[in-house]
Design a protein around this ligand. Structure first.
Ligand code: ZN
Length: 280
């Protein structure tokens, strides 16, 4: 797997960090992730610095959407702000050459059933797809905390099927920590094969487009989102199995920790031949 790092804005720092750490994939944010409205959106000079700094290099980047996104919110204002926020991120991503925007679907809270929440989320996701600019893709990210939608392979599969958007618009980004915390045991040397089989069974293997390549601090099924340094959590060698599986080996992934912790994770992955050091 092409595993890289999360780098906070300003965007201008990204090219230097990638060169320094010998990676060619990254995640960043294109807004203040904790506020709706256009706060912390990179200014034109910062956007230009990213484009200029990565010119001539083969990199892959993803932007993490706002943490407030809830496409299933019972409040129309929150649903619409979620759509607006994702569309705004997609526009900036298109401008700076970021490959996609990932997001968590939302919460079941306020609905009589998960089915009702998923139906509403599907409709709002359709609105985003309809209005999104050409270029970057939208990535549904699997989640794990109580009440969150999209925790299982079947549930993210259902969303993709129901939205009905083509792969060049809508893909899946799999967070290994979240999937493990949601109850899919990713520890063990057969984790890569079991994961590929689970997505293939759902008809979704080709939609898996990227990874958040985190280890997990808590046991499988804990339903808490606590990332660990790859190799230092409850998934451990299971990450090597996923990263080297033929279905996933060519995909991009990012470790969602500080650059310092991410560097330790990269060392673990490189030690086991699970990711390569890119050109400096
Ligand atoms: Zn997480």
């Amino acid at each position: 797997m092409r595993v890289g790092l999360s780098v906070d804005p300003p965007l201008a720092t990204i090219p230097g960090v990638l060169a320094e750490e010998g990676v060619d994939t990254y995640q960043t944010v294109l807004r203040d992730p904790g506020r709706f409205g256009n706060f912390g959106v990179p200014d034109p000079a910062d956007r230009a610095a990213l484009i200029e700094g990565l010119r001539g290099r083969t990199t892959w980047g993803v932007a993490h959407g706002s943490l407030l996104v809830n496409l299933a919110s019972p409040e129309g204002r929150i649903r619409n702000s979620s759509v607006f926020s994702l569309l705004s991120d997609l526009k900036v991503a298109a401008e700076v050459g970021i490959a996609g925007v990932c997001f968590h679907v939302g919460y079941v809270k306020g609905h009589a059933s998960a089915d009702a929440a998923l139906t509403l989320a599907t409709r709002k996701l359709g609105e985003v797809i309809e209005k999104m600019p050409a270029g970057p893709r939208l990535f549904i990210e699997n989640s794990c905390e109580g009440g969150e939608l999209g925790q299982t392979v079947a549930e993210v599969g259902r969303l993709v099927r129901d939205v009905g958007a083509p792969p060049e618009r809508l893909g899946l980004l799999i967070d290994t920590c979240h999937l493990h915390a949601a109850g899919f045991d990713l520890s063990g040397n057969d984790a890569g094969q079991r994961l590929a089989d689970a997505f293939a069974e759902e008809g979704m293997l080709e939609r898996v487009s990227a990874f958040h390549f985190n280890d997990c601090q808590l046991p499988c099924g804990a339903h808490r989102d606590r990332h660990a340094v790859p190799g230092a959590g409850t998934i451990g060698m299971g990450l090597i199995s996923v990263a080297t599986h033929p279905a996933f080996v060519a995909l991009p992934g990012v470790i969602e920790l500080s650059v310092e912790d991410g560097r330790q994770g990269l060392a673990f992955l490189r030690e086991h031949g699970a990711t390569e050091r890119g050109p400096r």
